[in-house]
Design a protein around this ligand. Sequence first.
Ligand code: FPP
Length: 236
Amino acid sequence: MSDQPTSPRHVAIIMDGNGRWAKKRLLPRMAGHKKGVDTAKQVAYAALDLGVEVLTLYAFSTENWARPEEEVSGLMGLLKIFIQRDVRELSERGVRLKVIGNWRALAPDLVVLIEDALTQTAGNTASTLVIALNYGSQAEITASVRRLAEQVKAGALKPDAITADHIAQGLETADLPPLDLLIRTSGEVRLSNFLLWQAAYAEMLFVETLWPDFGKAELAAALDGFGERERRYGGL
Ligand code: FPP
């Protein structure tokens, strides 16, 4: 196909490897997460500079609650700093914030910070930074299907009339361009319940680099690589 875009509009990243980065340096795991937040900010700027319309970052999954209490509260503290300090800075460059996942179930002070940041950045148009927070893809799909079931029950929709589009429209990403490129750092090759539906036709890139070592050059290389791949969407 010759009319397909050669640069991805929507890039998502599973930011993995903070713990191993810290361990290699004999540092506590939180030092890795702290560096990981700096990297997230740098990569958000890089994405903006490189013309990526939407960058989606997997910051906290519904499964991450299983980590030790100390690490969970440390991560929540870093998230607060990110929302208060880094999102404000990014907003000055025209970046809009969007948050997906069950973030309203987080601590009330964090919820208020997120609500403020969403309001303050709502009018920005340069690019969109999506943070997946307390996010799980299966729960997201389940919620969409449940709403359709309610419509069927109410007689507003026939089961035969349900299409993939109905399900997609009920996902939190319905207002975003389709996911083009999904990157995971640190050598792990799995999706970990992240954007399962949205990744149906996304290109995937698994890099060995640990997240704190990821940067603009590597994002640029990933975007270049995307331009060279031929996406056939099941066709020939
Ligand atoms: C994976 O490292 C990373 C996470 C669990 C998510 C936390 C991400 C950050 C703190 C960076 C970005 C944050 C924001 C607010 C955008 P890991 O602990 O799984 O590493 P390991 O597999 O080496 O142990």
